[in-house]
Ligand binder design. Structure first.
Ligand code: NAP
Length: 292
């Protein structure tokens, strides 16, 4: 059995996968390597489209290590009889913790404080922050990650409102429409998948409804936010801050990098040792089931 891992994965996950067969890790020429692969494993970077699949002669399974299948053309896979699997729950806690960490990072200006210390400057007066306790957190998408974040934020004394028409009457928070969520929240955190319906859900009109002093957190997908509208809102001080882990194009080097009131991370939501071990284990279980 030949297993092709197209995107870099932590060694904990790779060693789990090696239990199933010969592993080819991040080849230089993916189209050549996919020719005789039985299983293709990707994270979010590799685009699994019809063109790539046309080079595969034996492929039976495309496995997305993580959640979010927006980089996999499921129809093209289906047409070729290739099964698509993923590990939806394995990275939920890691992403929820990152979202929470980003809320702290923006509110206490942790990144700016660290940067200034390393430049050997003491700018204590510029680093007064705000607290999470008593503030309202608006969660857009109360699925696996959104629900975990709601529980953690509740424990910190935050009030939860959420927008997710498909999860009505949750006890984790108060359901509101998106306009009200944007207007009520001190922190807005995005946890919906990227679909035609959610693309640029956070557009100029939605941002205009946000409180002055609010913070936007996006650990879901870059395409959910209108980048230009966010840039202007941050530059003009319409909102206090933002933190992003995901971008419309990755790697991201765009103009949001120029701003002081934003915290940026390079798509590390699922990159914890624990999540990678869970991803590896979940993948193995699913692959074994499929290969029976
Ligand atoms: P999930 O369990 O599927 O939760 C998403 C929730 O949003 C579901 O309840 C879903 O309802 C709801 N939803 C779908 N469309 C909506 C809309 N238009 N408006 C409001 N709610 C809507 O997904 P998850 O595991 O929490 O993951 C959320 C997203 O996080 C993923 O899609 C992925 O893009 C991102 N993610 C990022 C990282 C990272 O490394 N930064 C890692 C993992 C995941 P239905 O179930 O009915 O569709």
């Amino acid at each position: 059995m030949k297993i092709l891992i197209a995107d870099s994965m932590e060694k904990e996950a790779v060693s789990e996968i090696q239990k199933l067969g010969e592993v080819i890790l991040v080849p230089n020429d993916l189209k050549a390597a996919i020719k005789d692969a039985d299983i293709l494993i990707v994270r979010s970077a590799t685009q699994v489209n019809a063109e790539l699949l046309s080079h595969a002669h034996r492929l039976k399974i495309v496995a997305r290590a993580g959640v979010g299948l927006d980089n996999v053309d499921k129809e093209a896979c289906e047409k070729r009889g290739i099964k698509v699997i993923s590990t939806p729950g394995a990275s939920s806690n890691a992403v929820a913790e990152l979202a929470l960490g980003m809320m702290f990072a923006v509110s206490r200006k942790i990144a700016k404080a660290d940067f200034s210390m390393k430049k050997k400057t003491w700018i204590k007066k510029e680093l007064s922050g705000t607290e999470l306790e008593g503030k309202t957190l608006g969660i857009v998408g109360l699925g696996r990650i959104g629900a975990m974040l709601a529980l953690k934020a509740t424990a910190l004394g935050m009030e939860i409102v959420y927008y997710d028409p498909r999860t009505p009457n949750s006890t984790l928070g108060r359901q509101v429409n998106l306009n009200d969520l944007m207007a009520l929240s001190d922190y807005v955190s995005l946890h919906v998948p990227l679909t035609p319906e959610t693309r640029e859900l956070i557009n100029p009109a939605a941002i205009a409804k946000m409180r002055k002093g609010a913070v936007l957190i996006n650990t879901a997908r870059g395409g959910l936010v209108d980048e230009e509208a966010l840039y202007l809102a941050l530059k003009e001080g319409k909102i206090a801050g933002a933190a992003l882990d995901v971008y419309p194009q990755e790697p991201y080097t765009g103009k949001l990098c120029e701003l002081d009131n934003i915290v940026l991370t390079p798509h590390i939501g699922g990159s914890t040792k624990e999540a990678q071990i869970r991803i590896g284990k979940e993948l193995i279980e699913q692959l074994k089931k499929e290969l029976k």
